[in-house]
Design a protein around this ligand. Structure first.
Ligand SMILES: [Zn+2]
Length: 277
């Protein structure tokens, strides 16, 4: 058996965090007939930590398109509390960064428009980027312009070449879901304006450790993210974090505020405190 390598820095992964054996895919529900027939597919679920960059990650024996297929079942708007979380985010970002009719907000993995609809209602232009066609169509049906694509460095370049430059970019609960985390973050550098702001929300690895949230480990979650690991991925792409909020969502999440390395955004005490922790 070959030693797996880190999905970010390519170092060999020799440290196990937890090996959960073989498990079925979490969101691929069986029909009654499939269940009766038996033979549900299982895949290794083994979380490891990289000794070089400290990224915690699971092996990916499952092709991404087997998980996120055209019938992907998750529509964000099914959760009223998540839609309300998005509404409050929009309100706060519009106030803090002075967004208006001349701004552009781009969300990556925009799902059914649960978040961008709130910016649109406030008169701020939006664009959604979403890889699953059925959720993207639901967004378009509610008037949220959305393009069906996987986001990464190359598609980011293509968007920028079309003049798409964002004042605010949002990516909520997607950073942990991309196999090539470095290539994904490269896209933000292309699309973000020089003084633009980018926010990532993701479950905080420190909480997972402290509260033994082993049941948040599943095949769709390729990475388990700390400030330390994400800061390295950002740095490799000319980006940096400058502020953070601690959120109660998903067992304890971070909302990391990021910008270009050379931008004027000042680092806050909240970020310094978290780094010290
Ligand atoms: Zn690594």
């Amino acid at each position: 058996m070959t030693t797996p390598v880190c999905r970010f820095c390519r170092s060999p992964l020799s440290h196990t965090l937890v090996d959960l054996g073989r498990q079925p895919l979490a969101n691929s529900n069986l029909t009654a007939e499939q269940l009766a027939a038996g033979g549900e597919k299982t895949y290794p679920l083994h979380a490891r930590v990289c000794a070089e960059c400290f990224l915690v990650q699971v092996d990916d024996p499952v092709a991404a398109d087997e998980i996120f297929d055209a019938g992907y079942a998750y529509f964000s708007s099914y959760s009223a509390s998540w839609v309300e979380h998005a509404r409050r985010y929009a309100e706060a970002m519009i106030a803090r960064f002075g967004l208006g009719p001349d701004s552009l907000v781009v969300e990556i993995a925009s799902n059914d428009g649960y978040l961008l609809q709130h910016f649109k209602a406030a008169g701020v232009p939006v664009l959604g980027i979403e890889p699953t066609a059925n959720t993207a169509q639901a967004a378009i049906d509610k008037g949220v312009p959305t393009e069906v694509m996987f986001f990464h460095g190359e598609t980011g370049k293509a968007l920028a070449a079309r003049g798409i430059k964002a004042d605010l970019m949002a990516a909520n609960n997607v950073l942990a879901h991309v196999p090539d985390i470095g290539g994904f973050v490269a896209g933000f550098r292309e699309v973000l304006k020089p003084e633009g702001v980018l926010t990532f929300e993701f479950p905080h690895f420190l909480n997972m450790l402290e509260m033994v949230q082993f049941d948040t480990i599943y095949h769709e979650h390729f990475s388990y993210l700390s400030l330390l690991a994400v800061a390295q991925v950002l740095r490799a792409n000319g980006l940096r974090a400058f502020d953070v909020e601690l959120l109660p969502t998903h067992g304890g999440s971070l909302r990391l505020f990021c910008a270009h390395e050379a931008s004027s955004h000042q680092e806050t005490d909240a970020l310094k405190t978290l780094r010290a922790r």
